[in-house]
Design a protein around this ligand. Structure first.
Ligand code: ZN
Ligand code: ZN
Length: 365
């Protein structure tokens, strides 16, 4: 991963955003720019230097991580009052007239404190998505981490999948899957695992419950692993023995929709067109109203990040984007299906980081 190359690219965007300096307060963005993974801190990007401001818990870690990332930044360590004093002095001595804040990552209370106490007399500029824009295109090291996370998720599912035939509760199966994800080397889940069986599969974001999974019903499994901060995301819909004819038709339509979406993914294609490709297949089957979420999203340090793959998206795919394609059909009270792959966008199309077969069978009848 070329972490050190990111700050210069961000600097190139500051002037157009109307600021002389930027105070980065999103911990994910700080990690992206400087390699620091602590739970508290601010990264102050001044015209001539970069300073990571954090507290005593991270005195050693911050130095180590900045050095490991090869990032030319120094650290300032202290509690709130000291951080305020140091940051205020740095901004004043650099003669910053316009200080950018990350509008989506500053609470109202914090903004008021910044304006009144920290940076009185400085023009505070609300910026949106400056670092997130850089994060869209992944470098090979980032893609490698997503691939490793996806490989763990694939292997974990393969390992615990036969358990479904024994009729575990959704919660027990989810726990077994999560445990396997950790055992295989992930630092954690990239989000809370979804195990939705039978009628619960009609709820796109169902939480694993005490319900026991049954034969002949659809089971939606949506989960991901995390490796070195990077997420994976996949959904498979499976069934012990044969599903009902109606549910088989739902799965067939979702499979065709998902394939159409993946086939539409290519650098230069509007995200809204990928969404349309998925939605047309489901609409033609008469379930257009039952596909009530967007088609996909970017995946990286955050499980949901830019670009959005949705009808309302104005984003265009570019080589190096990592996005999901995950249409679904949900029939309230009956069941549902969703199929999701994470793919890496290329100039010619895309390639999947998710490799689990879409064969839904848990065991042969
Ligand atoms: Zn998912
Ligand atoms: Zn997803």
């Amino acid at each position: 991963m070329d972490v050190a190359g990111r700050l210069p690219r961000l600097r190139g965007a500051l002037d157009a955003a109307g600021c002389d300096a930027l105070l980065v307060t999103s911990l994910t963005n700080i990690r992206y720019l400087a390699g620091f993974t602590g739970s508290a801190g601010m990264l102050l990007i001044l015209p001539d230097e970069v300073v990571l401001v954090t507290d005593g818990r991270y005195e050693t870690q911050s130095e180590e991580q900045l050095a490991a990332a090869g990032v030319a930044a120094r650290t300032e360590i202290g509690q709130y009052a000291r951080q305020q004093e140091v940051t205020k002095a740095l901004v004043a001595s650099a003669a910053v007239g316009r200080l950018g804040l990350e509008a989506a990552h500053v609470s109202w209370a914090r903004q008021r404190a910044f304006a009144a106490d920290w940076f009185a007399g400085v023009s505070l500029v609300p910026t949106v998505g400056l670092v997130e824009a850089l994060r869209r295109v992944k470098d090979p090291g980032e893609v490698d981490r997503v691939v490793r996370a996806a490989a763990i998720a694939d292997a974990a599912l393969a390992s615990v999948r036969p358990m479904l035939a024994e009729g575990p509760t959704e919660a027990a199966f989810g726990l077994a899957l999560d445990f396997e994800i950790r055992r295989l080397g992930a630092t954690g889940n990239s989000f809370e695992t979804i195990v939705a069986s039978g009628p619960n599969a009609a709820k796109p974001h169902h939480r694993p419950s005490p319900r026991q999974v049954q034969h002949h019903e659809l089971i939606v499994l949506d989960f991901g692993a995390m490796v070195d901060g990077y997420c994976s995301d996949m959904t498979r819909t499976v069934c012990v023995d044969e599903p009902t004819p109606e549910m088989q038709r739902v799965v067939d339509v979702v499979l065709a929709s998902q394939a159409a979406g993946v086939a539409a993914v290519r650098a230069g294609v509007a995200c809204a067109d990928v969404d349309r490709a998925c939605r047309e297949v489901i609409g033609a089957a008469g379930w257009g109203e039952r596909f009530m979420h967007g088609t996909g999203h970017g995946v990286g340090l955050d499980i949901h990040e830019a670009p959005a793959v949705a009808a309302t998206s104005s984003d265009t795919l570019a080589a190096g984007h990592v996005v999901t394609v995950e249409p679904g059909v949900y029939l309230a009270g009956i069941g549902g299906a969703r199929i999701e792959d994470t793919v890496v966008v290329t100039d010619d199309g895309c390639w999947p980081v998710t490799t689990t077969s879409k064969d839904m069978r848990v065991c042969e009848t």
